[in-house]
Design a protein around this ligand. Sequence first.
Ligand SMILES: NC(=O)c1ccc[n+]([C@@H]2O[C@H](COP(=O)([O-])OP(=O)(O)OC[C@H]3O[C@@H](n4cnc5c(N)ncnc54)[C@H](O)[C@@H]3O)[C@@H](O)[C@H]2O)c1
Length: 443
Amino acid sequence: MTNDVNQKQTGRRDFLKTTSLIAGGLMATPLMSGANYFSGADDVIKIALIGCGGRGTGAATQALSTKQNVQLVAMADAFKNRLDDSYNNILEALEDKKSRVQVKEENKFIGFDAYKKAMALADVVILATPPGFRPIHFEEAINQNKHVFMEKPVATDPAGIQRVLAAAEKAKAQKRNVVVGLQRRYQTSYRELMKRVQDGAIGDITSAQAWWNNDGVWVHPRQAGWTEMEYQMRNWYYFVWLCGDHITEQHIHNLDVINWAKNAYPVRAQGMGGREVRVGKDYGEIFDHHFVEFHYADGTILNSQCRHQKGTMSKVDELLIGTKGKVFCDAASIKDNKGGLIYQFDKKNENQPYQNEHDELFDAIAKGEYKFWDAERGAKSTMTSILGRMATYSGQMIEWDKAINSGISIMPSTFSFDAMPPVQPDTNGMYAAAIPGVTKYFA
Ligand SMILES: NC(=O)c1ccc[n+]([C@@H]2O[C@H](COP(=O)([O-])OP(=O)(O)OC[C@H]3O[C@@H](n4cnc5c(N)ncnc54)[C@H](O)[C@@H]3O)[C@@H](O)[C@H]2O)c1
């Protein structure tokens, strides 16, 4: 079906060019009015999973659990053990849909170049490696004319953001659906809150707060026999080129919510942060806390905090403060400025946003609709988090325009397990972290 899918959709592109429905990219665009795109016996939508870790396994399982006739036909990972575990875990999770896993041994690809071969076999690709690789993988997926589900963040540096933005334009021109795993955008409570914000329930937003404070995540200590590249790839969370630091890897969710509510992105940021508790050679080079003041063009200030320190207060949430009231996102409520309840979302009606991302994506693909173009906003919310990181690492006010156009790249130039990654340990196995006041991005 793969070539067929692309052929049919390409064939409709001329029609699409003339339809006013797509003006501004605001409406679902039927590629074939009323008809089910994947109909009849040959209605299989083939998927390839790139990055077979925890989230990739979950995302593939969710794609295979949609109503459409989705089949997993190829998998790619840097490491064989991760791919094998994922394959087994997907099969186990699927229960009555196990027949949807159709990955022949020769279609399990290992290594840095594995993604290209796996993508070629599919209609839709799931990108779930550490985010440093996302620009390379997304660009290739769009060059191969695939629909995409890609996890957040979508890059770790400004050069990667530009690459994603360029591929996003191409995806739009080719009418490829792209969903980014910022799942609050697919969550019923958030959608209900945002609808009311956009209808003026709290007046103009003048400030906001965002939190991702908790204990932190897993660590994979170095093992004998690993090269430096293998070590950093296995323990990727603690290396900025792979992960982006936790302000990018996790706090992006909260920053994206504020950008969504503002329908804008910050123009500058300044902040503070450091490594205070989570130190030691297993923890690479990332900070364990960041506090950033983001400025929007209209004067709105977002105070954002994220912390990975065991034993401290946990809070993952967003607060919007407007001229007429406030939105408490986690509580899913809206109150006026005297504390009176304006709206309370009934949490009994909450959906499963991780599943819904795939339900909506595969429904659109099966109907031949062009409905999702999340890549640009995913890139700009990723850039918001990178802006914050540049502010905390340097201790300077960082301008959005200067940062996004800086061309700064922190990725290696060569990908192989014998190649040297961009950061190296000292003789004690310790990595240099950024030092506010010393670390500089601009002359
Ligand atoms: N939306 C969410 O709530 C959510 C939740 C968890 C993770 N994520 C995102 O999903 C992504 C993956 O996170 P995870 O928790 O699954 O990590 P993970 O370590 O469990 O999985 C990553 C996988 O990618 C593989 N990989 C690394 N480099 C590769 C390459 N160049 N080519 C192919 N495979 C490669 C690794 O070997 C590993 O199997 C991250 O971007 C993370 O931020 C999103």
